[in-house]
Design a binder for this molecule. Structure first.
Ligand code: PMP
Length: 356
């Protein structure tokens, strides 16, 4: 009998699966989630609306009410909004309608692992430009690759997971102007940077922006993301989505969260940003650690103690972080999400012991 695995595309066989270590701890700083749960007000209003809705009926074919709220929230037109089952689904959908054999996808690495994975599964070729030595975007090298290789899609994660750097709007505009392909900006963490590239959509029909409810919006369990792009482009990406991709519960919770953002979520974001700055300053003073300034709700930290050992020692103290030492350029780094003040204090105390 032949080996059925021979039927798997060789590029896929060569990939390492995107996984997450299964450890659990009470201080969870490994997935860049909000350390505070969605508020009682948001939960109560979501449950109230769901209680009054028929559960035997499909959700709307197009979640128009959510699209309109997202459009107002983001400052873009609702025909150019597409909601999905997490932003992951929309990243996959955009790549599905653009990538196949002979297509090229340009990314800057280290970055979120999913881009390389999906582009490879779809048969595309991944071109990678390293961050510069300071772990910032190498805009000149990206520009050079765009001019030389003419990628069909360029993906910029900004702020970048896992390093936290943000590409300036000016730099992004040089890429947008040079690119004949699409330029995709993953703004999963934009709330923590206080900046967005959405105003550039009007002038750049080749730009698409991804966002998520899994981080600042504190709804990771419900899987909601959205795409912002020119209406014509959003319509094409929508062709790769399954009908009713977003369930009614998640749709409702997302609507409520957007409606209550100013009162319930914006103060939490400000608190997380303040904690990020405090954590950065504290870690900077720990001999053997060098945190990298971040525009997101996490940061990478260079460590003289091997990252795997830092991970294990923190886990023994019931603190879970992310060992990113397997990423390109990050052999000496671990990543921590910003937690509550108490969680950050525990992290700082644990690291002082481990490095001490
Ligand atoms: N983009 C980036 C940069 C991320 O870090 C993550 C989550 N780790 C995602 C997208 C996925 O978001 P979602 O939960 O909306 O699928």
């Amino acid at each position: 009998m032949s080996n059925p695995l021979e039927k798997i595309k060789s590029a896929v066989r060569g990939l390492r699966a995107y996984t997450l270590s299964p450890e659990r701890a009470s201080v969870k700083l490994n997935q860049n989630e909000s350390p505070w749960d969605a508020s009682e007000a948001i939960k109560r209003e979501t449950l109230r609306r769901m209680g009054g809705r028929a559960w035997n009926r499909y959700p709307d074919f197009v979640p128009a009410a959510l699209h309109e709220k997202l459009a107002a929230f983001a400052g873009w037109k609702s025909e150019g909004v597409l909601a999905g089952n997490g932003s992951n689904e929309l990243i996959q959908a955009l790549l599905m309608v653009t990538v196949g054999e002979g297509r090229r996808v340009l990314i800057s690495e280290p970055t979120f692992a999913l881009y390389r994975q999906v582009a490879t599964v779809l048969g595309g070729e991944v071109l990678s430009v390293p961050l510069d030595a300071g772990l910032q975007f190498d805009v000149a090298a990206l520009l050079d690759s765009i001019r030389t290789n003419d990628p069909d899609v360029t993906i910029i994660c900004s702020p970048n997971n896992p390093t936290g750097c943000r590409m300036s709007d000016g730099a992004l505009e040089t890429l947008l102007a040079a690119a004949r392909g699409l330029v995709v900006v993953d703004e999963a963490y934009f709330e923590f940077s206080g900046e967005t590239v959405v105003p550039l959509l009007e002038r750049h029909p080749n730009l698409a922006v991804f966002r998520t409810f899994s981080k600042a919006m504190a709804l990771a369990a419900l899987r909601v993301g959205y795409l912002l792009a020119a209406p014509e482009l959003a319509r094409e990406v929508g062709k790769a989505l399954l009908p009713y991709n977003l369930n009614a519960f998640s749709q409702t919770a997302a609507e409520v969260s957007v409606e209550m953002y100013d009162g319930e979520l914006a103060p939490v974001v400000r608190h997380i940003v303040a904690e990020r700055e405090r954590l950065f300053e504290e870690l900077r003073r720990v001999p053997g650690l060098a945190p990298v300034a971040s525009r997101a709700n996490f940061m990478v930290v260079r460590s003289t103690v091997e990252p795997k050992r830092v991970f294990d020692e923190l886990l023994r103290r019931d603190i879970l972080i992310r060992d990113v030492s397997g990423y390109p350029m990050l052999a000496d780094y671990f990543r921590v999400s910003v937690g509550t003040p108490r969680e950050n204090d525990l992290l700082i105390a644990g690291l002082k012991e481990i490095l001490g």
